[in-house]
Each structure stands twice: as structure tokens, then as C-alpha cells.
Design a protein. Structure first.
Length: 342
């Protein structure tokens, strides 16, 4: 019987098998047929040399963890290292760190099969031509490598032309790219939302100059759904800020992503100092960033101005724009000058 014969049969460790939690062996019978000893568990013999090579390459050359490499290998099959080596060499020659490269390959493994000279290098050269620094490019691509899959002629350059019309200079476009940070696919976002969102702002009375000022500083706000943008604009108007004022765009930035509960909590902190609802709204209209401060920062600054510098809480609300620098740094020299003016 097999159970008896098993003692005389060779038990071979599966060095070429994928292991799932426990060691597995092949049992060789007299007729040379290999049996699985633990048939109840999942088991695979690595008969696919391409997948084995792919996983090994992703780990050893790209710095992926074994788990990430196995996951990436489901989207990528490599038969040689020739083309992937060229892609990695291109990244490194443009200042991409090992960490940058690992992030890119983990998110977009298929890029290893692309022709670096035809698909990636032209995009790098274009971004350099408009003034994007190499470190900014590396960060942008590592955080959002899908940009490398977007057509230079059909997507990237049209986005540049749209931004150039709105922002007017390459310097502002580069600043826009830096502010977007790479966490957001701005190529698709600009094409999808920018026209309708700019039209919405114009409808509410924002001038071209304000939009040009606003866009590079707050790019994510103009890359949201148009309905969400309209709700945000309506909210700022309800709080009493005129669209013609420069504070309007700052208020939009402040309220973007702020929940109603957070807004109410900030109001409650100011109310501890005797501010009424109208005082808070007046302060917000003068210096919207006052509502972006943490509770700790609000209390610290108010204690400094009231207890140490002897200002009345309502004076702070009425002249908050004059105190703008104090919210950023507690400078007694600045406050001494303000006491002469207020």
C-alpha cells in the first residue's frame, strides 16, 4: 500500500514551489509520479518561469517587497531584463531615488515594458522645458505614475495650453504643479473640470485676475466636481464675503474640506473669549485664515494678545487683519507697533 511504501520513498522539498504558510514536499513513488503530501492546502509548482523571473526582478532590481512583487507580477510578465533595465537606468539618470522607483513600479509595473526613449523621456523633456525642476518631477511621477501613461500630444500638452491661458506664465504653472503635489492626477482633473469650474467662478463675479491668482495657490479646489465648487462658493457668500474681495478666494481655501462640526468648534473656541456670532463673521471676513487655526493655536494667540499685551478681545476681532502676522508668530515687536496704531 502507498501508506507503507511512503517510508521508502524520497521526500523532496519543493524549492521550485510557491509556499503558502507551511513547508510542502513532493513524494516520489516507484513509478516516478510525484504526489502532493498536503493536498488539502493550496499548492503551486512554479512551472511559469516568466512569473518566477518577474517576481525575482521586481524584488532584486526594483526594490519591491515580496508581497508587492507578487501582486505586481499579476499585471506584468517579463521574459528578460533588457527593456526593464533601460527604464530603470532612465529613472536613475534623471535623479529618481530607489524609493521613487519602487513606488512607481509598485503602482505601475507595466511601465517596465515600455520603450523609455519613446514613451517616458519625451515627457520628462517637456516638463523640464517649462521649468519643472528634476526633484519636483521625480516626486510628482512617484506619487502619481499614471502621468507616464498619458499621451504627451493628446493630454499633457493640451493641459499645459489650458493652464497657460489661465495662468499666463510658466512660472505659475510650475507653482501649480508643486502645489498639487503629485497626489492628484491633475492631467485628467484639468481636462475634466477646469473649464466648467472657471466658468462657475466667472458666473459668481470673480475676475480673470483673481482666478489667475487663485488657481496656482489652490489647485485642488478647481479640480473638484463643479457642483461641489458651487456649494463652496455659495457658502462663502452666505458668510458675508464679497466675491470682489481678495479675502473671498482665501475663504474658499479655508472652508475647502472643513466640516460643519469643525467650523462650529472653531466658533465655540472664539466665543470663550466673548466673541459673538457677528464678531466671528467679521473676523472671518477680514482674515479667513483665523478659522483654519487649531484650538491650541487660537488659545495661545488670544492669551498672548489679551493677557500679555492687554488688548481687548473685541479689538482683536475688529482689527484682525492688522493682527494677521501675530497669528503666524507671536512677535512682541509687531504687537508694540500695533498698539500705537489701534
Amino acid at each position: 500500500m502507498f501508506s507503507v511504501q511512503c517510508r521508502k520513498q524520497l521526500m523532496v522539498p519543493l524549492s521550485n514551489a510557491r509556499v503558502y504558510g507551511i513547508t510542502r514536499f513532493l513524494v516520489a513513488g516507484k513509478d516516478g509520479i510525484l504526489f502532493r503530501l498536503f493536498s488539502s492546502k493550496r499548492f503551486e509548482i512554479e512551472g511559469d518561469n516568466k512569473q518566477s523571473f518577474t517576481v525575482s526582478y521586481l524584488i532584486n532590481s526594483c526594490g519591491l517587497s515580496s508581497e508587492a512583487a507578487i501582486s505586481a507580477s499579476k499585471k506584468l510578465q517579463l521574459s528578460s531584463s533588457e527593456k526593464p533595465d533601460l527604464m530603470l537606468a532612465l529613472f536613475k539618470s534623471h535623479g529618481f531615488s530607489n524609493a521613487h522607483i519602487s513606488k512607481i513600479i509598485a503602482k505601475l509595473p507595466i511601465i517596465l515594458k515600455a520603450d523609455p526613449e519613446k514613451t517616458v523621456l519625451p515627457k520628462f523633456k517637456f516638463f523640464y522645458s517649462i521649468g519643472v525642476p528634476a526633484p519636483v518631477l521625480a516626486r510628482m511621477v512617484s506619487l502619481n505614475p499614471i502621468i507616464l501613461r498619458r499621451s504627451l500630444q493628446d493630454r499633457i500638452i493640451p493641459v499645459y495650453n489650458i493652464l497657460k491661458t489661465l495662468l499666463q506664465t510658466d512660472e505659475r504653472i510650475v507653482y501649480f504643479i508643486k502645489r498639487i503635489g503629485g497626489n492628484y492626477n491633475f492631467i485628467d482633473g484639468v481636462l475634466r473640470y477646469i473649464h466648467s469650474n472657471v466658468a462657475t467662478l466667472r458666473k459668481y463675479g470673480l475676475s480673470e485676475s483673481k482666478i489667475s491668482f487663485f488657481l496656482p495657490k489652490n489647485p485642488k479646489i478647481l479640480l473638484i466636481e463643479t457642483d461641489r465648487l458651487a456649494v463652496l462658493v455659495d457658502r462663502v457668500i452666505e458668510l458675508g464675503i464679497d466675491t470682489t474681495k481678495v479675502q473671498f478666494v482665501v475663504a474658499m481655501e479655508t472652508l475647502f474640506g472643513m466640516s460643519e462640526s469643525t467650523w462650529e468648534h472653531k466658533k465655540e473656541v472664539y466665543q470663550r473669549w466673548g466673541w459673538s456670532e457677528s464678531d466671528i463673521l467679521k473676523a472671518f471676513s477680514l482674515h479667513p485664515k483665523c478659522m483654519s487655526l487649531s484650538e491650541t493655536k487660537i488659545m495661545s494667540v488670544m492669551e498672548f494678545l489679551v493677557n500679555e499685551m492687554s488688548f481687548q478681545p473685541l479689538d482683536i476681532a475688529n482689527y484682525l487683519l492688522s493682527f494677521a502676522t501675530i497669528w503666524r508668530r507671536e512677535s512682541s515687536q509687531d504687537v508694540a507697533l500695533l498698539k500705537l496704531c489701534c
